[in-house]
Design a protein around this ligand. Structure first.
Ligand code: CP
Length: 319
């Protein structure tokens, strides 16, 4: 039986570890994996703009062998007044087993998940949550730091409007990290972190720096006409690189406002893992789709005579 993925809160530490483990497996063995979901349909409904999340879900779906239904809101019957619930029931009637949804309104996905049979995966919900981004951020961090207990993660920027900040903070704290926040008072949400620090101090203390985009589309920002002031006070400028510890890594969910929250030299710095995060999104989303479609994800060692599938370095995939 497949499962929804609506928020980070609903995941146990065991489920999180399993998804990270599966993502790691998909990354390592994807050229040899037998597509396990042929003739199964997944619908992607992006009702808000997206590049990374939309395409990484599509790549993940195709790597797993699913048939992908790309919903185009502007030419759909949503424009004739059909509700999202009836849209999902329609897709379900056509055979879709999971719906990947990005939406501006908050709280709707939970409600919809109680009214449909297909599995709902949250691909970004308003300012509230973005669980697959948090999972891919965790996956990326774990490549550099095996143990998150006591790790200092600084989240810097527009915390108020960032669904990524909220999901990241929840997930990282669940895994034992300290979440340090920094940014303008007017864009702060102290309750999600362990401490609020000035930007330079946050960078100095961080093992991981997560920079955030200032989301002008969600606010009447005092910084819209004062971008220089924002960069100077809260941006990760070339000058602030001197505060970064040599072992620390820099992340950003992207898209990046280059020259505003991050200078070009910081985006392209060897300690920046922003494009690696995007790459990792595919493996995490494969794990999420496998879970949504109820894939078993069972492994057996090659010594097991009953195992079918492709032998790889002593393991066989039988799901
Ligand atoms: N990080 C992220 O959600 O990017 P997109 O908006 O391009 O999907």
């Amino acid at each position: 039986m497949g499962q929804h993925l609506l928020t980070i809160q609903e995941l146990t530490s065991e489920e999180i570890e399993k998804m990270i483990h599966r993502a790691s497996y998909f990354e390592q063995y994807h050229p040899f994996i037998r597509p396990q979901f042929q003739n199964r349909f997944v619908a992607n409904l992006f009702l808000e703009a997206s590049t990374r999340t939309r395409f990484s879900f599509e790549v993940a779906e195709k790597r797993l062998g699913t048939e992908v239904l790309q919903f185009q809101p502007n030419i759909s019957s949503l424009t004739k007044g059909e509700s999202l619930l009836d849209t999902l029931k329609t897709l379900e009637s056509l055979g879709a087993e999971a719906a990947i949804i990005r939406i501006r309104e908050e709280g709707i996905l939970q409600e919809l998940s109680r009214q449909v049979s297909l599995r709902i995966v949250n691909a970004g919900e308003g300012q509230f949550s973005h669980p697959t981004q948090a999972l891919l951020d965790l996956f990326t961090i774990k490549k550099y730091f095996h143990n998150l207990k006591g790790l200092n993660v600084a989240i810097i920027g527009d915390i108020t409007h960032s669904r990524v900040a909220k999901s990241d903070a929840l997930l990282l704290k669940k895994m034992g990290a300290n979440v340090l926040l920094s940014g303008p008072e007017s864009l702060m949400n102290k309750s999600i972190g362990d401490a609020v620090l000035p930007t330079e101090e946050a960078i100095q203390q961080a093992d991981v720096v997560i920079m955030l985009r200032i989301q002008f589309e969600r606010q009447e920002s005092e910084y819209l006409n004062e971008k220089g002031r924002y960069r100077e006070q809260y941006g990760f400028t070339v000058d602030r690189l001197k505060h970064l510890q040599p072992h620390a890594i820099i992340l950003h969910p992207a898209p990046v406002n280059r020259g505003l929250e991050m200078d070009d030299e910081v985006v392209d710095h060897p300690q920046s893992k922003i494009f690696e995060q995007i790459h990792n999104g595919v493996w995490i989303r494969m794990a999420v789709i496998e879970r949504a479609l109820g894939g078993t994800g069972v492994w057996e060692t090659s010594s097991n005579k009953d195992a079918s599938g492709i032998g790889i370095n002593g393991f066989k995939v039988i799901s």
